[in-house]
Design a protein around this ligand. Structure first.
Ligand SMILES: [Ca+2]
Length: 440
C-alpha cells in the first residue's frame, strides 16, 4: 500500500519537474535569439564594478505561473486517503492496546480467582458466607471484650492476692512470735522451778535431733566406739564418721587414723577432698567434711602418737579450723597443750598454721622450687616444707633416706637423729576433734 502511494507521488513530481524545465528552455531560447516576445519581461544588467573580466550581474524575472498536471488532484486525494488510513491504523493500535490491557486484566482476575474460589460462589451462597463472616466478626469482637474484662479481673485479683499474702505472712509471723514468747516464758518458769526443785532434770543436756558430730551422738547416749552418721550442716548431706567414745571422755570425731600401713596416703587433691580409706582402720575423712565439721562448731584438736618403742604422747590444740576448698583448705590451729610438743608451730620457718593444703598434684605450699606434697609423698598443710606430717608414708620400722614417713618434729630425739642416720617411724597416729567446752 505504502509503496504504491510513494510510487504515484514520485511519478507526479517527476512530471511536474520536466514540464517546468521545458518552459525554462523555451524562455532561454527566446532570449538568445533576441527576437522573441516584445517587450522582454526578463532583464539582465550589470550590478556594481567589474574586476577584470569578472562582473556582477543582476537578472530580473517576471512573475511566473506554473500549470500543474491534473494528477496533482490525485496526490491530494491520496494524501487524504493516507491520512485516513493513518487514523484508522492508530485507532486499531489503540483498540489493540486496550485489548491487551483487558486481556492482562482478565489474566490477573483469573489468578485471583484461583486463589479465592469463593468468588464464583453463586449469589445465595455468598450471602450466606457474608452473614457467617459478620457473625464470626461479632463473635470475635465479643470475645476480645470479654478477654479484656478477664484481664482486668486477673490484675485486680493479683493485687488482692499480693495484699492477702502480705497480711497472711504478717499474721503468721505474729502468731509464731507470740508462740515463741509463750514458750520462752513457760521455759523460764520451768527453769525457775527446776533450779530449786529438780536439779537432776537441770543437769541433763539438750539432746539434738540431728547429730552434728560424735559429741552429739555421745550426748544422745551413744558410748561405744564405732561408725555413726552425722550432719554438721543441714545444707549439705550427712556422712559417716568414726567416733571415739572412750578416749579422754569420748565424743571425739576422728579425722585421720594410721595404725597398720594398709592405706596409701600418697593421693591426689580429689582423694584428700572427698576422703579415702577404711573408717574402722586407716583413713582420711576428707577435707570437705573436715571443713563442715569445724565450721559448724568451734572445735579442739587432739593428736595422739605412738612409736614402735611403745612411747605414747599427745598434742592438743584449743582451736582448730579448716577453710573450704576455695580457700585451699587453709589450716587454723592454735592453743597447744600436751606432751608431744607443738610441732605444728615448730619455728618461724616451720609453721603449719595458716598454710594451704598441698597434694602431689596441687602445689599450694611455700616452697618455691617444688611441690612438698610430691617430695614427701602426701597431702598436708605444708610450709616450706615441714616440721610435722601425719600423712607421710607408713614405715613399719625406722628408715633411711628422704624423711617422707609420718613425722612429728618435736618427738623424742628427732632433732638429734637416730644412730646411723635412721629416721623415726610411728606405729599409731590419730587426729580427732570435739567441740570446745564439751562436757562428757
Ligand atoms: Ca611449691
Amino acid at each position: 500500500m505504502k509503496k504504491l502511494i510513494y510510487l504515484v507521488l514520485f511519478k507526479t513530481a517527476l512530471l511536474a519537474f520536466t514540464n517546468s524545465f521545458a518552459l525554462a528552455d523555451e524562455h532561454t531560447e527566446d532570449f538568445k535569439e533576441g527576437k522573441a516576445i516584445d517587450p522582454c519581461p526578463i532583464k539582465l544588467k550589470t550590478n556594481g564594478k567589474c574586476e577584470g573580466e569578472e562582473c556582477p550581474y543582476q537578472i530580473n524575472l517576471p512573475p511566473m505561473t506554473i500549470q500543474l498536471p491534473k494528477q496533482f488532484r490525485l496526490i491530494e486525494k491520496t494524501l487524504k486517503e493516507v491520512q485516513t488510513l493513518k487514523d484508522e491504523v492508530n485507532k486499531l493500535k489503540k483498540s489493540c492496546q486496550d485489548c491487551k490491557l483487558q486481556a492482562d486484566d482478565n489474566q490477573e482476575r483469573d489468578s485471583t480467582e484461583f486463589l479465592a474460589p469463593t468468588r464464583e460462589i453463586p449469589m445465595e451462597n455468598s450471602k450466606i458466607q457474608d452473614n457467617r463472616v459478620k457473625e464470626l466478626q461479632s463473635k470475635v469482637n465479643k470475645l476480645s471484650v470479654s478477654l479484656k474484662n478477664a484481664k482486668n479481673q486477673i490484675q485486680s485479683l493479683q493485687g488482692n492476692v499480693e495484699k492477702r499474702s502480705l497480711i497472711n505472712m504478717d499474721n503468721v509471723q505474729n502468731y509464731v512470735d507470740s508462740k515463741v514468747a509463750n514458750l520462752t516464758s513457760f521455759l523460764k518458769n520451768l527453769d525457775d522451778r527446776c533450779s530449786s526443785k529438780c536439779p537432776v532434770i537441770q543437769s541433763s543436756p539438750v539432746i539434738q535431733l540431728m547429730q552434728r558430730d560424735c559429741a552429739d551422738h555421745y550426748t544422745a547416749g551413744r558410748r561405744r566406739n564405732g561408725i555413726y552418721r552425722v550432719i554438721p550442716d543441714p545444707k549439705h548431706s550427712s556422712f559417716e564418721v568414726y567416733c571415739d567414745m572412750e578416749s579422754m571422755g569420748g565424743g571425739w570425731t576422728v579425722l585421720q587414723m594410721r595404725q597398720d600401713g594398709s592405706i596409701n596416703f600418697n593421693r591426689t587433691w580429689n582423694d584428700y577432698k572427698n576422703g579415702f580409706g577404711n573408717l574402722s582402720r586407716e583413713f582420711w575423712l576428707g577435707n570437705d567434711k573436715i571443713h563442715l565439721l569445724t565450721k559448724s562448731r568451734d572445735m579442739q584438736l587432739r593428736i595422739e602418737l605412738e612409736d614402735f618403742n611403745g612411747i605414747r604422747e599427745y598434742a592438743k590444740y584449743e582451736q582448730f579450723y579448716v577453710a573450704n576448698e576455695y580457700l585451699k583448705y587453709r589450716l587454723s590451729v592454735s592453743g597447744y597443750s600436751g606432751t608431744a610438743g607443738d610441732a605444728l608451730h615448730f619455728s618461724k620457718h616451720y609453721n603449719h598454721d595458716q598454710k594451704f593444703f598441698t597434694t602431689p598434684d596441687k602445689d599450694n605450699d611455700k616452697y618455691l622450687s617444688g611441690n612438698c606434697g610430691a617430695y614427701y609423698s602426701s597431702g598436708w598443710w605444708f610450709d616450706k616444707c615441714l616440721s610435722a606430717n601425719l600423712n607421710g608414708k607408713y614405715y613399719h620400722q625406722k628408715y633411711k633416706g628422704v624423711r617422707n614417713g609420718i613425722f612429728w618434729g618435736t618427738w623424742h630425739d628427732v632433732s638429734n637423729g637416730l644412730p646411723d642416720g635412721y629416721r623415726q617411724a610411728f606405729k599409731q597416729v590419730k587426729m580427732m576433734i570435739r567441740p570446745k567446752g564439751f562436757v562428757p
